[in-house]
Design a protein around this ligand. Sequence first.
Ligand code: SAM
Length: 239
Amino acid sequence: MSTDDTNQVDALKTETEPFVASKLGSKDHWDNVYGREINNFKDNGDIGEVWFGEAAATKMVSWVCANIEDEDARILDVGCGNGHLLLELAEEHYTNLVGTDYSAQAVELARSIALSREASITYMEQNFLDLQEVACVAGDEKFDVVLDKGTYDAICLKPKDSDDVSVDQSAINIYPMSVVGSLKDTGVFLITSCNWTEDELVSRFEPYLECIGRVKNKSFQFGGVVGQTVATVAFKKRT
Ligand SMILES: C[S@@+](CC[C@H](N)C(=O)[O-])C[C@H]1O[C@@H](n2cnc3c(N)ncnc32)[C@H](O)[C@@H]1O
């Protein structure tokens, strides 16, 4: 991980120690971030942050390539930000790619980047905590794959109300329902998080989804205990 990547992980982590709500869970924050990044992209072609670093994105893309044979599989990246994960999947010849984000600025940035790279990716605004919007984007067909890199982490930091330090537990409860509502019966969900360990992700999602794999990320050893800076876990829908 580069120093920049470590800083990003720390940005999400330190805000959660102790586990309190933070600006990283607020839409205003992301609108401002992507508003700035749109200007940077226009000025110098910089696509902005690659959250958790290239290695974490590459691990997710490799998992998809190894497990999803059908290049026309319908793939959703929830909270897509600048859309770089989908750009990498487009390079791997996946054709049916949808990115959603609740920040209109993120969607504008992702569209501009995709256009500049002649990548065919559909981007739309969607609040993943609004079950009606989730159903609307999923449609009758629903998705073969739902991807999340850092979005659940942000949602787990959502304040109960604008000046509250308590996290919004209802948002944390709705999220797995939105994943289930987006997936086909045969669908899979791949999540990368820096705030939750693999075991924590499994115990949080197991009531709704069954764990089918854990992706090894860069690990560290401290006092004889091996840990990972980010955790990536795959699930399938329970039948
Ligand atoms: C840490 S960033 C990760 C962005 C992107 N997945 C990446 O890896 O670069 C968190 C993203 O989640 C989005 N987000 C947070 N809450 C959301 C919600 N309720 N619905 C949709 N997107 C949300 C933010 O706008 C932001 O783009």
